[in-house]
Design a protein around this ligand. Structure first.
Ligand SMILES: N[C@@H](CCC(=O)N[C@@H](CS)C(=O)NCC(=O)O)C(=O)O
Length: 207
């Protein structure tokens, strides 16, 4: 399996899951926002042939190519059922995991990405500086909603570590790096999960 990624970006979710699952993989550091003269650029034609948007992550496993971080997380977890990152599909716990993953993607990470887009990702003429206050407002609304969706214990859902914990911790790490207001309990969640042996190994890959 080959994972194309960049630092602490969304690709880190998948790198971390590969380490949790103990699967064999090759990590390919991919440069964002550099032109295609650089071999490892996400704009290089060879990379665009895999990922038409020129984004990370991309996972290649034989003939399978996946280009969405959440789909890749599910795929990795299903490839290693013994990891416990996903429960059986016919359980309420699995449905709650689906719900939380949709929430993270649609509500929690969007304000973070709005800031990224309007600070560096969009062409300059498309950026709207006033978006930044709106993004902060939307993030705090999503965080308040999250309080009601999570189980009140060590893990997001049920009594074991799952793909939701990976996704939440990476998303809060992103929020902290982007200087959003992150309540102490979610800073602590990030700190706790970023001390796991698999996380530490994944961090060593990108550093
Ligand atoms: N929905 C996609 C989003 C992928 C995405 O936007 N990745 C960012 C890094 S986190 C990227 O590659 N940005 C490069 C760019 O916008 O030029 C996913 O979750 O994988």
């Amino acid at each position: 399996m080959k994972l194309y990624g960049f630092g602490h970006s969304r690709s880190f979710r998948d790198l971390w899951a590969l380490e949790e699952c103990g699967l064999k993989y090759e990590y390919v550091p991919t440069a964002l926002r550099v032109d295609d003269s650089q071999d490892n650029s996400a704009k290089h034609p060879d990379y665009l042939a895999l990922n038409v948007q020129g984004k990370v992550p991309t996972l290649v496993d034989g003939p399978l190519v996946l280009t969405e971080s959440i789909a890749i997380l599910y795929y990795i977890a299903r490839r290693a059922p013994e990891s416990g990152l996903l429960p059986r599909t016919d359980t309420p716990g699995y449905a709650k995991i689906d719900e939380l993953m949709c929430f993270i993607l649609a509500e929690l990470e969007q304000p973070l990405w709005s800031k990224g887009k309007h600070v560096f990702a969009l062409p300059e003429e498309q950026r709207i500086p006033q978006m930044l206050e709106t993004a902060k407002f939307e993030f705090s609304k999503a965080v308040n909603a999250l309080d009601h969706l999570l189980d009140d214990n060590e893990f997001a859902i049920g009594s074991s570590f799952s793909i939701v914990d990976i996704c939440l911790a990476q998303t809060f790490n992103w929020a902290i790096r982007f200087e959003f207001d992150v309540p102490e309990k979610y800073q602590a969640l990030r700190d706790r999960h970023y001390q796991r042996p698999a996380t530490v190994r994944a961090l060593a890959v990108i550093e």
